[in-house]
Design a protein around this ligand. Structure first.
Ligand SMILES: NC(=O)C1=CN([C@@H]2O[C@H](COP(=O)(O)OP(=O)(O)OC[C@H]3O[C@@H](n4cnc5c(N)ncnc54)[C@H](OP(=O)(O)O)[C@@H]3O)[C@@H](O)[C@H]2O)C=CC1
Ligand SMILES: O=C(O)[C@H](O)COP(=O)(O)O
Length: 479
């Protein structure tokens, strides 16, 4: 289904084109990049390897288009996003089909990703209308030494050209969650899709094209992050970078980027603390959902269970029973556990399992791997000297650390390099609040698995997404 129907024009022979100036084009490089199917480990699609000149062209066009877009009335910008949302949802089947083939996401989850992205665009349009229509009015005399002789009006203005870099695991949704807020706020977007997920991204971009966004305002340049990444992130024409991906990549980009706002959504080692008074059935259900959905390849996946020793055996028994019911196989068959993204990733996961086993952890299931497909495992009796206690596996393996005190659990959670989310299971509301306060993580869920959605909930420690794409302008200072 990829490159068929309304998506015909994005394909040239067997290579997907890149998007610039409102057109789908072939790169002058004459070079292509293979996108692998993680299930078959064979090349599935081909995309253009764009050149630096082509990146320059995207940014120049974006600069010009943004000036006009920023003056386009807010209601018209919102209308365009609503149009795009409707088209995206109409086209959910072909876009989801790409997700199945290039990131091995189970079909039903792939459809949800596309629909959720359309809904997020509509929500963004609505929210943007409200947030961006507000400004501030200040008078001078509250500040010591001033008379009431100055007035200030401030309003939000766009930043300019936003570079959007999403990761492979939600290539559509995490691209849209950058593009929507950027566009409603009057910015232009240059999208660098992840290589695995590029074709889903290009299909999604075409829905913006079909919705009639101005030429040049949105572009999508394909190429390996390692090849064109630095050129993009260090480009003087970029006014803000919104990145989601691994910590190493994010930190490297932060060091190289210039004096521009950066939005970094990086890895997670989300802790799940289970107290002695927890509803263990509920906890086990959420550990399965949180730890193994999309084979653990979510930044919000439960990545370490910290269980009070007195209930740990009971909990592990319940989790094992549920884990045994997970279906393992291909994304086309809607299996719960599907192949992980690459051979490199599968090797990395295997390394973590071997390290834990070698150091004395107990594997409740046998290690089994066929290609990139890894059978889910609960790794019990994990200790801090094991890599799995700290590293993000991004796969269907979950460590359990038995703790004697709540403080021990909180300490492990906070000693972590990257606590993004976390969760607590207890029947005591007071304890839940006290512990969530002590956990140094962006979001804590109580009696529920970590998760980003609903997508209008804040997902960052301090910033609400719109703020990053605008700056405050003092429009007038009157005497
Ligand atoms: N906090 C959050 O909200 C989320 C965080 N994540 C995290 O993302 C990671 C998994 O995603 P993954 O795609 O493997 O992450 P990577 O860091 O490998 O890649 C992320 C994106 O960065 C690009 N990239 C790579 N190198 C560069 C570079 N030098 N300059 C610019 N861009 C570059 C990649 O392109 P290419 O593919 O071409 O290399 C890709 O588009 C996990 O750690 C996960 O926790 C995922 C989702 C949400
Ligand atoms: O990569 C991720 O994990 C996503 O951003 C989180 O989305 P989810 O919690 O809805 O799966």
């Amino acid at each position: 289904m990829a490159g068929k129907g309304v998506f015909k024009e994005i394909l040239d022979g067997d290579v997907f084109k890149y998007y610039v100036d409102g057109e789908w084009r072939r790169s002058c490089s004459g070079q292509f990049i293979n996108v692998q199917n993680p299930s078959t480990r064979k090349p599935m699609f081909r995309v253009q390897a764009c050149t630096q000149d082509e990146v320059n062209r995207c940014i120049d066009s974006a600069k010009a288009a943004q000036k006009i877009w920023a003056r386009t009335p807010l209601w018209k910008r919102a209308e365009a996003l609503h149009r795009c949302a409707a088209i995206m949802k109409e086209q959910k089947a072909p876009i989801a089909d790409c997700l199945v083939k290039e990131v091995a996401k189970a079909l039903k989850d792939a459809v949800v990703e596309v629909v959720r992205s359309g809904d997020l665009l509509s929500y963004t349009a609505e929210e943007g209308i409200r947030i961006l229509s507000e400004g501030k009015f200040l008078v001078s005399d509250p500040f010591p030494g001033n008379e009431r002789n100055k007035y200030c009006l401030s309003s939000k203005i766009p930043l300019g050209v936003i570079l959007a870099i999403p990761p492979f695991n939600y290539p559509v949704n995490l691209a849209v969650s950058k593009m929507g807020p950027a566009l409603i706020a009057g910015n232009a977007v240059v999208l660098k899709p992840p290589t695995q997920g590029a074709v889903s991204c290009l299909h999604m971009v075409h829905t913006f094209h079909l919705a009639g966004f101005p030429k040049g305002l949105i572009s999508a340049v394909t190429g390996k992050g390692a090849d064109i990444g630095d050129f993009l992130t260090m480009h003087p024409g970029i006014n803000c970078i919104s990145f989601t991906g691994g910590c190493e990549t994010g930190i490297a980009i932060s060091k190289k980027a210039g004096m521009i706002p950066l939005q970094m959504e990086l890895g997670g080692k989300d802790s799940c603390i289970i107290l002695e008074d927890a509803d263990l059935e509920l906890a086990a259900t959420n550990i399965i959902k949180g730890g193994f959905s999309y084979s653990g390849q979510r930044c919000t996946a439960v990545k370490v269970v910290l269980a009070m020793e007195c209930i740990a055996d009971q909990l592990v028994c319940k989790v094992n029973a549920k884990l045994a019911k997970l279906t393992i196989g291909m994304p086309e068959d809607d299996c719960d556990i599907t192949p992980v993204i690459s051979e490199t990733s599968a090797n990395f996961i295997e390394g973590l399992v071997h390290d834990a086993r070698h150091k004395g952890a107990r594997l409740h299931q046998e290690w089994r791997r066929e290609g990139n497909l890894i059978w889910p495992i609960l790794i019990d009796h994990v200790r801090p000297d094991m890599r799995i206690a700290w590293e993000e596996p991004f796969g269907p393996i979950l460590p359990v650390i038995r703790i004697k005190t709540v403080e021990e659990g909180i300490h492990h959670c906070n000693a972590n390099n990257f606590a993004l989310q976390g969760c607590i299971f207890t029947r005591s509301f007071d304890k839940a609040i006290m512990i969530s306060d002590a956990m140094e993580s962006g979001t804590i869920q109580i009696n529920s698995a970590p998760g980003r959605g609903p997508d209008h909930f804040p997902f960052q420690v301090k910033n609400f997404q719109f703020t990053i794409f605008t700056s405050n302008k003092v429009s007038k200072s009157l005497r």
